[in-house]
Design a protein around this ligand. Structure first.
Ligand code: FPP
Length: 264
């Protein structure tokens, strides 16, 4: 698995050193796909008497750090909840700041993402995003589509219920056109109409800042994910916090509705 974002100026082509997997983690039992609800940016800023948006800015650093760690440690996919369909109800200034932040980060980091073989996709209802951001997204997805490294999925204007309704409508349209037999609609056919089509389901969901909620995130895909909730606020999420999440994951018995093979 190749490595992710450079910390320094991407135009210089410099790369931070590869980060070794902590010795207490079993490299053969890592999740293939980690999803993360990046919560607590506002609280992080408030505790420092800073405007909320400074928490989002710092949150980008935490996301870059996490992507790099996942890539270095051999995790195949990272899916991050950046902006939900409900986040439009935040104050206009905060929404505008976030949209401008996405644009700035994408423009600034694309070179390094591509060089490090990251394959980036934005999942959600993208048509509602500002035109400039849509163009940057289309360019980033096209440019990195054939990269061989970590899959980095950024859920933007994403809502789990909206995604399920969209999938149902797409299937219904295929039926109405006579292209699909309703009897052929099974879980595989349904999953193929989701934004995440082609991606394996997350094995581990991490939520920061102590809230025990799914918040309309990946409602279908998280069916069998292990959940790890940490009190750490997203901007403070680091290698130690990720290691604890992975240790927690490796301590779980995953049964997928079956029984523990060693139980009587
Ligand atoms: C939740 O914290 C965080 C968000 C709604 C925004 C997350 C976005 C980023 C970290 C930027 C990602 C950037 C790119 C380019 C993908 P909150 O504001 O709800 O925190 P609070 O619960 O403490 O108020």
């Amino acid at each position: 698995m190749s490595r992710a974002l450079a910390t320094s100026d991407p135009s210089q082509g410099s790369r931070p050193a590869l980060q070794a997997l902590p010795a207490d983690l079993d490299p053969t039992r890592l999740p293939a796909h980690v999803a993360v609800i990046m919560d607590g940016n506002g609280r992080w800023a408030r505790r420092r008497n800073l405007p909320r948006v400074m928490g989002h800015r710092e949150g980008v650093e935490a996301l870059k750090r996490t992507l790099r760690l996942c890539s270095d440690w051999g995790i195949g996919a990272l899916t991050a909840y950046a902006f939900s369909t409900e986040n439009w109800s935040r104050p206009g200034e905060e929404v505008s700041f976030l949209m401008a932040l996405f644009e700035r980060v994408l423009a600034r980091e694309l070179e390094a993402l591509d060089r490090e073989q990251v394959c980036i996709r934005f999942l959600g209802d993208l048509q509602q995003l500002p035109d400039g951001l849509q163009e940057l997204i289309a360019n980033a997805e096209a440019r990195t589509a054939s990269n061989s490294g970590i899959h980095f999925n950024v859920c933007t204007n994403y809502g789990g219920r909206r995604e399920l309704v969209r999938a149902a409508r797409r299937l219904a349209e295929q039926v109405a056109r006579g292209e699909l037999d309703p009897a052929a609609i099974d879980e595989t056919a349904f999953a193929a109409e989701l934004h995440t089509a082609g991606e394996c389901d997350p094995d581990l969901l991490i939520r920061t800042s102590g809230e025990h909620r799914i918040s309309n995130f990946l409602l279908w895909q998280l069916a069998y994910a292990e959940l790890h909730v940490t009190d750490v606020l997203w901007p403070d999420f680091d290698a130690q916090a990720l290691t604890l999440a992975l240790l927690d994951y490796q301590g779980r018995q995953r049964r997928f509705g079956g029984i523990d093979p060693v139980s009587p």
